[in-house]
Design a protein around this ligand. Structure first.
Ligand SMILES: [Mg+2]
Length: 279
């Protein structure tokens, strides 16, 4: 890896579910040509997901990806040891990673969710209430993957019985308790004050330290991606047919809007982005 380059180093931050991965089958096959271009050009592809560390590590190995990644809606940033050539502060380390933690410890998150359930009387179920078998059937994952999805560290996906009124009440309660609510396309999520955007900013600073000049690209399909898309220079939003463009993106500069979600849309969007930047 060169220490500095004169042209900006491009870094791509990508969401997984409904973006690089098909929302139902979780395949990324239709994205192969863009993935290959990225590899050829030595562009870091940073998986930035609401998924857990264990789940993302599975996708990193399937994708032969050796770059840092962001788990659980920005709960933590995992940086492979030796990836950057300089020292930086971190919160903890594992065998292979230095970890920057932005999230609130999981037991506290599920405590808060339990108290909201009690205070509102709304029937709420989080991943911690579900067995691997239940998660497997709800998410269309096999049992092993469902086990990985349950290994949560900073964020609790949940669903509830009721409509908009109940959702609004739960959102208000979460805010009162100083935590964050976000919708990620399949579940409601409860986490600390972390979001994908804050994690992207931290990692961007490290890339800038390494490469001096960096151009960030972000791609996502859902409301939990907004902070990430607002934090990058080249945001790409994959818009589901018939859904409105989220308000915060309307005034965002350089926004690319793609009709459709999933790996086909990802492939098209990334190839287009790389061609544009090359000319
Ligand atoms: Mg998504």
């Amino acid at each position: 890896m060169p220490l500095t380059t004169t042209t900006p180093k491009r870094v791509i931050f990508t969401d997984l579910d409904g973006t690089l991965l098909d929302r139902n089958t979780y395949t990324f096959e239709p994205a192969q040509s863009a993935l290959q271009r990225i590899r050829q050009k030595d562009i870091p592809l940073v998986l930035t997901s609401s998924k857990t560390r264990a789940e993302i590590e599975g996708y990193r190995s399937k994708l032969e990806n050796s770059h840092p990644f962001i788990s659980e809606n920005g709960g933590a940033v995992f940086i492979p040891k030796g990836y950057f050539s300089f020292r930086f502060p971190y919160d903890r380390e594992t065998d292979h990673f230095f970890v920057l933690e932005l999230g609130v410890f999981y037991p506290r998150i599920i405590d808060v969710l339990a108290s909201i359930k009690k205070e509102t009387g709304i029937s709420i179920k989080g991943f911690s209430d579900l067995t691997e078998k239940e998660i497997s059937s709800i998410c269309g994952l096999d049992l092993k993957e469902a086990g990985y999805a349950k290994k949560r560290e900073y964020d609790e996906p949940f669903f509830l019985e009721g409509g908009e009124k109940e959702v609004e009440l739960v959102k208000r309660k979460i805010k009162e308790k100083g935590l964050t609510y976000v919708w990620a396309g399949r579940f409601h999520h409860l986490s600390g004050r972390n979001d994908k955007g804050k994690a992207v900013e931290m990692l961007k600073e490290l890339y800038e330290h390494q490469f001096f000049s960096v151009r960030t690209i972000g791609i996502g399909d859902s409301l939990n991606d907004l902070s990430m898309l607002l934090a990058v220079e080249r945001p790409i939003f994959l818009k589901e047919e018939g859904s409105p463009l989220p308000e915060p993106l309307r005034s965002k500069r350089n926004l690319t809007l793609i009709d459709g979600t999933g790996p086909e849309a990802w492939n098209e969007a990334i190839l287009h982005e790389l061609n544009e930047l090359d000319t």
